[in-house]
Design a protein around this ligand. Structure first.
Ligand SMILES: [Mg+2]
Length: 254
């Protein structure tokens, strides 16, 4: 199953030029008098959030006197870390530190505004969003972060990094509560986004979300970015393009 999925994805990527597809779809949308819309997920799509976890682990190790973990953190680069905290600790060669207490420590911080400021843009993310905005697209940042705990930091992070925000063609959509299931939220968001114009591109790291978007916007470019994703992802439905990173759009932005 895994190999057939991988082969399928590779074939799709080889057969199409995703950057050219995007440029064509934007142009066609405008010629047809529509407003092109692009939909970006944030975590593990536009933003690398491993530095957020790095900062939290650094605080934990500092306050608990975990010298060995501090030494490890001081030499490791926080890029493309695994999805689960237990796997991150395994990657850092400190799996024995994975406890309920550490998980609670991490959760208290990871889903809070101020820690989002440690995120960094994925390579090519800023360039892609800027290109789309300058081409007249409406930019939607669609994220499973929640309004009560994360809106302020989410906005600050986007502004600090230089993403188009606050103008006439941008919108930031977050869950209204922490507990709201991601997929339910994104289903509701689809209906709101359809009011904005014609979706020409959507990128997300979660296969479940990509499938939702492929069904909602079959004429758009739907891309699955292979950063990391939640455990037990569903197979991608036909038509979704797999990309290793946002560098595949570089011919549009150089
Ligand atoms: Mg994500």
């Amino acid at each position: 199953m895994l190999w057939s999925c991988l082969l399928h994805c590779v074939c799709q990527c080889v057969q199409v030029n995703i950057a050219q597809q995007l440029a064509d779809k934007i142009q066609k949308s405008k010629v047809a008098g529509r407003r092109p819309v692009v939909v970006f997920d944030l975590d593990a799509t536009l933003f690398e959030n491993a530095p957020r976890t790095w900062k939290i682990l650094w605080e934990y190790a500092s306050t608990r006197g975990e010298r060995s973990l501090l030494d490890k953190l001081s030499v490791v680069v926080p890029v493309n870390w695994p999805y689960a905290l237990s796997d991150v600790l395994g990657f850092l060669e400190h799996p024995h530190l994975m406890t309920e207490e550490l998980l609670a420590f991490w959760k208290e911080r990871f889903f809070k505004s101020e820690y989002q400021l440690f995120d960094v843009a994925m390579p090519g993310a800023l360039e892609l969003a800027t290109y789309c905005y300058q081409e007249g697209c409406f930019i939607v940042y669609l994220t499973g972060r929640d309004v009560p705990g994360m809106l302020q930091g989410c906005v600050d992070s986007l502004v600090q990094t230089g993403f188009p925000l606050g103008g006439v063609r941008t919108q930031t959509l977050l869950k209204t509560t922490f507990e709201m299931p991601d997929e339910l939220f994104k289903q509701e968001a689809i209906e709101a986004i359809n009011e904005l114009g014609q979706v020409v591109l959507s990128i997300d790291n979660e296969p479940a979300n990509c499938n939702l978007f492929q069904n909602a916007w079959p004429s758009a470019v739907i891309a699955h970015i292979e950063s990391h994703c939640a455990p037990n992802p569903p197979p991608l439905v036909d038509g979704i393009l797999c990309i290793e990173g946002l560098g595949v759009f570089s011919e549009l932005t150089e």
